[in-house]
Design a protein around this ligand. Structure first.
Ligand SMILES: [Mg+2]
Length: 395
């Protein structure tokens, strides 16, 4: 093993840091089939492209992380190709040989090696928490402050674009006590027809709550015209109605709307969250590892948002059970996650990448409790859907 940065004996922690040195960083690219097409305002997917990171420590323990993107570089700048290339070319070389438990130091090294590239960094940090947690036989939550919550209300997204199909799908989920809060993707077509579709949905789903994600699809004029209609039909939350860069107008829209407004694409790092909070651009923040670039940084984003009086929502980018577990590790340590989470990603895949660790019951997703991320990764299935074998990064 290539020891790049040996820790002097006087600075070693009580446990064996040598055993926790990062011996190998590997990535794999997968195309996991989904149970149905998923439409957003600017893309449409029928399989989920996932980059996985596998980190092996000197003690032989392995940890996994997931780098998520949606429809290539559409939801944000990163694509499966760029995530892998960033890890192999820039991130792995500054990590190999260092002790995996030095989370803060490794995050700093990654931020010096690459700006932004948050999905790539988040995938690595998830794998570090998984590997170190497994080595120390502690859940990642224990390394993040300890668990407060055991489960969260879990939202399901209706995104086929066909209202009759969506009503059937939502009724089945509600009857099975799986979901009673539904997120609908809008901003795809004429707002008048979308509001009519939402009105039908809300009426057809008594006892349920409907929230909408416009995915930056509306102009300010459309917001002024149509948000009162969303309020009228009883929509519970409106996500990112205008362009990500337009925080000034998001603040105006938030001030006018009686329905809470959530910022998503408009706030990535803690600086963005502080600016959005100070400007009151949204009263709710969607937390995502792909925006924060790591577990600690997402926890800090939650703290900054809460300090500005914002409510928190557990966002996703359709991660598999591996990525969902990394999010839940952080969410479960937050004082409050007011809106629960939308980590339904494992169930939109025809088969998850984990064989156990997560469960969905009674409208909730249960947080894993085992060492590391607490999930059992299904290497056989990964091999089936991977585009080639695991590729190791060179030191
Ligand atoms: Mg969103």
């Amino acid at each position: 093993m290539n020891v790049v940065n040996p820790v002097p004996a006087s600075q070693r922690d009580a446990f064996d840091e040598e055993a926790l040195r990062i011996a190998r960083v590997e990535t794999a690219s997968l195309k996991a089939p989904t149970i149905r097409a998923h439409r957003l305002s600017n893309t449409h997917i029928s399989h989920k492209a996932i980059v996985l990171v596998r980190i092996t420590l000197a003690n032989g323990v392995v940890g996994y992380g997931e780098g998520s993107s949606l429809g290539g570089p559409r939801w944000a700048e990163e694509s499966p190709e760029s995530i892998r290339s960033c890890i192999h070319t820039y991130l792995a070389p500054v990590l190999l040989g260092r002790s995996a438990n030095r989370f803060e130091a490794l995050a700093l090294a990654m931020s010096k090696a690459a700006s932004r590239n948050t999905a790539a960094k988040a995938a690595i940090e998830s794998a570090l928490y998984d590997a170190v947690g497994r080595s120390l036989e502690l859940p990642a939550t224990q390394l993040l402050g300890g668990r407060i919550h055991d489960s969260f209300e879990v939202i399901w997204a209706l995104a086929s674009g066909d209202v009759d199909q969506e009503i059937d799908e939502a009724r089945a989920k509600f009857a099975a006590r799986e979901h009673r809060r539904f997120k609908v993707k809008i901003g795809l077509s004429d707002p008048r027809s979308e509001v009519a579709r939402l009105s039908r949905l809300v009426e057809a789903l008594p006892g349920c709550e409907v929230i909408v994600d416009v995915n930056q699809g509306w102009t300010v004029a459309q917001c002024n015209r149509w948000i009162p209609a969303l309020e009228e039909i009883g929509i519970a939350l409106i996500e990112q109605p205008v362009a990500a860069r337009d925080r000034i107008n998001l603040a105006r829209i938030t001030a006018r709307s009686r329905v809470p407004v959530m910022i998503d694409e408009g706030a990535f790092d803690v600086g963005d969250v502080a600016e959005a909070g100070a400007a009151a651009a949204g009263t709710v923040l969607s937390l995502k590892l792909v925006k924060s670039g790591g577990l600690m940084e997402m926890k800090r984003a939650a703290g900054v948002a809460a300090a500005h009086g914002m409510e928190l929502y557990g966002g996703c980018l359709l991660e598999s059970g591996i990525g969902a577990a990394a999010h839940l590790a952080v969410f479960s340590t937050l004082p409050a996650l007011h809106w629960g989470t939308e980590h339904f990603g494992p169930r939109i895949l025809t088969r998850d990448l984990i064989s156990q660790g997560l469960s969905f019951r009674d409208f909730h997703i249960t947080c894993p409790t085992g060492p590391g991320l607490g999930v059992s990764v299904d290497e056989d299935y990964i091999a089936e859907v991977a585009d080639g074998a695991w590729r190791p990064a060179a030191a």
